[in-house]
Design a protein around this ligand. Sequence first.
Ligand code: CMC
Length: 426
Amino acid sequence: MGTATINLDGNALELETVEGSEGEKALDIKPLRKQTGYITLDPGYLNTGSCKSDITFINGEKGILRYRGYPIEQLAEQSSFSEVSYLLTEGKLPTKSEAEEFEHLLTRHSLVHEDLKRMFQAFPPNAHPMAILSSVCCALSTFYQDQYDPLNPEQVKINTIRMLAKLPTIAAYSYKQSMGQAFIYPDNKLSYCGRLLKMLFGYRTEQYEVDEDVEKALDKLLILHADHEQNCSTTTVRIVGSSQANLFASISAGICALWGPLHGGANQKVLEMLDTIHQDGDDIDKYVALAHDKSSNFRLMGFGHRVYKNFDPRAKILGEACETVLKKLKVNDPLLNVARKLEERALSDDYFKQRNLYPNVDFYSGIIYRALGIPTNMFTVMFALGRLPGWIAQWKESSAHGTPIGRPRQVYTGPNTRDYVPMAKR
Ligand code: CMC
């Protein structure tokens, strides 16, 4: 490792440099405050590395995304979501017997305690499913209170399985509750995505046949969302976990962070935006002009990314998948035409070009979810199901690295000390 010298107030300080396996460089600033009194200031962590990680590599300039070294394009084409879940949480691709054992465990743990089901009835009928998902996920911890020690590897192992197996059930129940329909139990004969589809769209009165094309498309979507290094929700999961909160509580916090429209909630907002544009006579220019106008507070949802400044490889895969899926399912969605036109227009627009704003993963995922019959307010829930193995892997890694409790500093800019003024004198 090299060193870098910083000159502050006439004093030179040597800081160690750190280099990652893909050549990313960092300055280790841990001794900075102790030796100089300075801290670094970086709201939104635009230039702050919060950890070293072996899980996911992104090169935003080149549009590269790899899980544990495997390119996202290969995983999306050749792997399955449950295999990717194993890869992320266990750190390697499973052998045949490991994969079988993993699948078996995911089915054995797919049911939730019958008492937990009552919780769904406590929400108003129009409750957003992300609120339900996060609440019920946290409530799940109450069923395992003597088994959720984050420092006990056996307990972490079984809770990893519980989370992966039960979150689809909870997600589907939240949807069924909002529709006023009976819950469908997980069918353990089906694949991970097949189970989810049946729980979402099956009826107790009828046989449910899983459509293979829908199942495959959903699997691909979940793979593409499975991890994305230190984004807002993952950082949340790590920070909550750093206080040694249990896995269920940490994931519940991650779900809340994902909900926001600038993060996972963007997939719902994209669809709503496309629909508004369509209702407004497909007037693309009007909305591009609105995006230019800062006073409008309008952003083209599904465009731009903190890390990708060239293209989002997930959006590229999804853009192509979108055509295939819609064709296979014989869906003719006018919103896809709006999306295509909007993409074309934005990509040739100076404002978007100068700021390197490209379609992100949320731009096309919504159109595919819609074609698969998934209601708009469930889009971010689907994102959460996809991101779950990544959150778990990052939570485990943070704990295994003995990461200290997350606790940034600040530069105080408020009033200097002053005397309390009694009410009568204010
Ligand atoms: N539409 C119009 N202008 C935009 C957009 C957009 N979608 N995104 C960024 N800009 C402008 C922004 O106004 C700023 O302009 P200026 O330099 O003139 O002040 C410049 O581009 C840089 O934007 P920023 O907000 O500083 O960039 P950031 O890296 O902090 O934010 C982002 C990244 C994803 C939050 C942002 O691009 C955005 O709000 N996009 C729309 C929401 C969205 O699609 N989110 C999903 C992200 S991908 C999946 C996920 O993470 O969940």
